[in-house]
Design a binder for this molecule. Sequence first.
Ligand code: 4NP
Length: 160
Amino acid sequence: MKKILFVCLGNICRSPLAEGLMTDKIVKSNMEDQFKIDSCGTADYHIGELPDERTCENALKNGLELKQRARQFEPADFNRFDHILVMDNANKMKVIGLASSEEHLHKVQLMRDFETESNLQGSDVPDPYYGGTEGFQNVYNILDRCTDNLLNYHLQAIEN
Ligand code: 4NP
């Protein structure tokens, strides 16, 4: 069982979408028994809330329904999960600041390290919260690509 956690700031825009996309791909691959998927935010602003309605509308336009509630990252997540994918460098620093061992640190990666094109690796999934609606589709496209590559990475690890 691979346990994967997606992390952003508020857990209402980027990471719930990454969770939804990854879960959908796992279900469609009939691999539900091999994965546990969750998401959270480093901040406490939106605990208990549904994803941002612009995120939900954009996801629905692409055929994906999001209904999970926001929660905050906590140090125990380092033990609950094997792979922690953070949406941007600022939040990666926050997560790393809560790590208490080398083993924890090794679990943390940037979501866009799973971009196909090497010039995009290491960059931030842009925060769409204060921008226009086009930002939400841009985030969708980025996360659709990166979750494809992330799933393939884990499927290969399972096969080998
Ligand atoms: P997220 O987006 O980190 O992708 O969920 C944000 C959500 C809320 C806020 C900022 C970013 N906020 O400042 O409340």
